[in-house]
Design a protein around this ligand. Structure first.
Ligand code: ATP
Length: 838
């Protein structure tokens, strides 16, 4: 008998996904839809995961990598391996730590000086907590100033989620997000990611979230990330947070039950570490074998003041001894140990400079690349970067240098993460030190990098239409930063190759987009600008990339041919390139030229929050109400971005507080959606219509309710917002509150006279919305207030069908007890039994 192929299996039952946020601004997701039922593509391989469910492995991997491109597991492992076994136990025994782990402390804020050993200790904490058998979730984030562009708050929240669903069902909401966004090429908003994170947290009796180096994260991003985490901690009491930071950042005021703890290198740990390093070093171990007292001498010098609470300093000291040829040279070095970190780095630089010409050159180039890279480089990228020479037409493989040689000539300043093959400076403080000496020691860094990248981009046959992600030549993806490196001095020195590249830049962008689905994309500015002209001129790209000298040069020799749609002035305003905006205006740019994504330069500048540019544009006669674009008015763009100061300026200049249009219909609705309380108050004071019945939510009140912004809801109600406004996605504010599980808001709205049986919107009734979402308490409140248990309508047909389809047995019992008709025939499933079986 012929072998029958196994039937494909997908046993993950999909449900009706909750509505996502209404995405606004670049890079944010659009409005979430309703994925009814399972629609994942089928395959044949299945995996059994906790809870008995089965899921196709390939689909699961694809969704996980798509939702969370950042994977912290390898980083955690790499750092953990760095730790000297036996060190750090003091932290696990510390009463504040114990109180955090098992007691009432919910946030442990660990601060310590640079190089104290905080990161390494965090990896130990993660290992320690993960080893617990109880039903405990552990997730960590290692922040890195070099990865700020990729470590956005939504991606970090997704990275936490990824760790928490390890070996578990990823949940129907995650699959729905994938369905909603992946084909369109949009990405989920923070709110949507927060939603799936909240669901994953519910799977554990206790969840520990560990965030390392919050000080390396920019203030505005830090605020957003901590706000999201605080919200998660508010939603679930089982979530505990541990954060490390240098001392200058205080614990966020909104974090619950905070305990602070100082981290410093303990004498006992340093001793263990130094002992191990002596034994690992061929030369030092030999010296100590010949002269056992040397070990004690080393300990007495590498301790106390000479280390000053910094593990890193101990490491640099012992590294500097490990290459000494004789015992007396070791002693000499011990007697002249550098006083602090910078002194230690200076000595390493002296060692580098004392090498042969060739080694010195290699070390300088390596440090130049690693210290100035816009994101961490992989080993093979660095190898190619060092191999490219001016004027080359193709890569000479014989120029590629062995990574061990590269590391050795850098005398310990550069290291490699073995798991991820990423090349890094040994420490964040190394970056700070190198930045301080860059102008003197590496004055040509940006010029060298620009030249190499542009040389690579002009190789014969590049870009190649047959490239796929797997065969993309190293450094090609990184080359998207060529213009970012070029801005400034290199523009003048490399004018010719820059102009040549600008002429074919979008050919490159298109080639890179072709492999986008596989994760490779030129997506940093200026390539990530949404609506650009179909054939952007060299001038457009120069303006978008903030190439001031090039822009001037291009405008000097020829007439200013600005693009008629999405012109230079709009993109420069969006990215906040003040000088470029001034130059373009001086040369006659139309200050009110029209764009697609942003209807005008004013709107682009307000969306980006660039106050100075707004001043310049207004001075040149920009229309304060310039219509069109995604936000329809600059005021709406400013309100969406939460830019309070700009909102005030625009209103002072006569902006229409009720300008209609856009996804949200009015500036007030967009501010209510974003939770910008101060802006809501300002707009209302200036006469904003509290009941403007427009936009996706139909009213500002529904927007605020749907997003759970209680303070704004109260402000709007005080201003007589219509509690039964009958429009928008949910048909009533009460339905929005019920769908979102906002119990407090449900009570507030009912108190203010909300109609408990308003028969409209996506769910047909508030009760159906609460039943579908599994919000038992809200179901109880609504029934108590007279909700019709058999109300017909909405996506599911009835409350009973909604809750049966979504498998909430507790709510099924409640509804049946209240007289729900199990035989009613209506809606998508045609009956409650059918819904339960779906
Ligand atoms: N327990 C340990 N075992 C072995 N090496 C350690 C240990 N702790 C720290 N180190 C060494 O010291 C270096 C600095 O430690 P770490 O990065 O943890 O400091 P930090 O306090 O996080 O510094 P910063 O605040 O500047 O980021 C590490 O890169 C590692 O080489």
């Amino acid at each position: 008998m012929a072998h029958q192929p196994e039937p494909p299996i997908v046993k993950v039952k999909g449900g009706k996904g909750g509505s996502g946020g209404l995405g606004i601004g670049q890079g944010q997701g659009g409005r979430g839809g309703d994925g009814l039922g399972p629609t994942l593509e089928i395959g044949t391989a299945t995996v059994h995961i906790q809870g008995g469910a089965e899921i196709n492995i390939r689909d699961r991997d694809i969704i996980i990598s798509w939702l969370s491109p950042i994977n912290f597991f390898p980083r955690q492992q790499e750092i953990s391996r760095m730790r000297q076994p036996g060190t750090g136990n003091w932290l696990l025994e510390n009463p504040h730590f114990e109180e955090w782990k098992s007691g009432s402390t919910r946030t442990l804020w660990c601060y310590g000086i640079p190089g104290a050993g905080k990161t390494v200790l965090m990896s130990m904490v993660v290992d320690h907590l993960s080893a617990d058998d109880r039903n405990i979730g552990v997730a960590c984030i290692y922040l890195n100033h070099k990865e700020v562009d990729s470590q956005t708050p939504p991606k970090l929240l997704a990275a936490l989620w990824r760790q928490l669903v390890l070996g578990k069902d990823i949940g129907s909401d995650a699959k729905d997000l994938y369905k909603q966004h992946s084909e369109k090429g949009t990405s989920p908003s923070s709110q949507e990611i927060a939603g799936i994170l909240t669901s994953s947290l519910k799977e554990f009796s206790q969840v520990f979230i560990v965030i390392d180096a919050i000080d390396e994260y920019p203030e505005d991003q830090r605020f957003i990330l901590l706000k999201h985490l605080t919200e998660q901690m508010g939603l679930s009491l089982s979530v505990k947070l541990m954060v490390t930071s240098r001392p200058h950042i205080p614990a966020g005021p909104t974090l619950p039950n905070v305990q602070t703890l100082e981290i410093g290198a303990m004498a006992e740990d340093i001793k263990k570490f130094v002992d191990a390093q002596i034994d690992k070093s061929p030369r030092l171990s030999q010296h100590v074998q010949n002269k056992p007292s040397l070990r004690e001498d080393i300990h007495s010098k590498i301790s106390g003041k000479s280390v000053d609470g910094m593990f890193l300093l101990a490491k640099l000291h012992i590294d500097s001894l490990s290459l000494k040829n004789t015992i007396s040279k070791v002693r000499e070095a011990l007697n002249a140990l550098p006083k602090g970190l910078y002194d230690s780095y200076e000595i390493v630089i002296q060692r580098i400079e004392a090498q042969s010409e060739e080694d010195r050159k290699t070390a300088r180039s390596t440090i130049t690349w690693v210290a100035n890279a816009k994101r961490p480089l992989k080993i093979e990228e660095l190898q190619v970067a060092l191999a490219v020479e001016p004027g080359m037409r193709q890569l000479n493989e014989e120029n590629l240098m062995n990574i061990d040689i590269i590391l050795s000539v850098c005398a310990g300043l550069v290291i490699v993460d073995k798991e991820s093959s990423v090349v890094r400076l040994i420490h964040f403080t190394t970056q700070e030190y190198l930045d301080s000496i860059q102008a003197v020691l590496f004055p040509d860094a940006q010029r060298e990098i620009t030249e190499s990248l542009l040389t690579l981009l002009s190789f014969d046959g590049y870009p190649d239409s047959s490239w796929e992600l797997e065969n993309l030549p190293p450094l090609v993806e990184y080359s998207q930063y060529c213009l970012a490196h070029a801005a400034g001095q290199p523009e003048v020195q490399h004018r010719e190759i820059i102009l040549r590249f600008l002429g074919r830049a979008f050919q490159w962008k298109r080639a890179m987009n072709r492999v986008w689905g596989q994760g490779c994309q030129w997506n940093s500015p200026p390539w990530n600008y949404g609506h650009r002209p179909s054939q952007p001129s060299a001038l457009w790209i120069a303006a978008a990339a903030n190439l001031v000298e090039t822009t001037k040069f291009l405008l000097e020799g020829a007439p200013f041919l600005q693009h008629s749609k999405n012109p230079e002035i709009i993109v420069a305003s969006y990215y906040g390139h003040t000088k470029i905006v001034s130059i373009l205006l001086e040369k006659g740019a139309n200050v009110n030229a029209a764009g697609e994504e942003y209807g005008s330069a004013m709107q682009a500048a307000t969306a980006g929050g660039h106050t100075e540019i707004i001043g310049i544009l207004l001075e040149k006669g920009a229309d304060v109400n310039g219509a069109g674009g995604m936000f329809r008015s600059p005021l709406q763009a400013a309100a969406a971005g939460g830019h309070t100061e700009i909102v005030t300026i625009l209103l002072e200049k006569g902006a229409d507080v009720n300008a209609a249009g856009g996804n949200f219909g009015s500036p007030l609705q967009v501010a209510a959606d974003g939770g910008h309380t101060e802006i809501v108050a300002i707009l209302l004071e200036k006469g904003a219509d509290v009941n403007a019945a427009r936009g996706a939510y139909g009213s500002p009140l529904q927007a605020a309710v749907a997003r759970g912004h209680t303070e704004i809801v109260n402000i709007l109600l005080e201003k007589y917002a219509n509690v039964n406004a009958a429009r928008g996605e949910y048909g009533s504010p009460l339905q929005a509150a019920a769908a979102g599980g906002h119990t407090e808001l449900v009570s507030i709205l009912l108190e203010k006279g909300a109609n408990v049986n308003a028969a409209r919107g996506e769910y047909g009734s508030p009760l159906q919305a609460a039943a579908a979402g599994g919000h038992t308490e809200i179901v109880g409140i609504l029934l108590e207030k007279g909700a019709d248990v058999n109300a017909v309508g909405g996506g599911y047909g009835s409350p009973l069908q909604a809750t049966a389809a979504e498998s909430h047995p507790e709510i099924v019992s409640i509804l049946l007890e209240r007289g729900a008709n199990i035989n009613a025939v209506a809606g998508e499933y045609g009956g409650s039994v059918q819904a339960a079986a779906a």
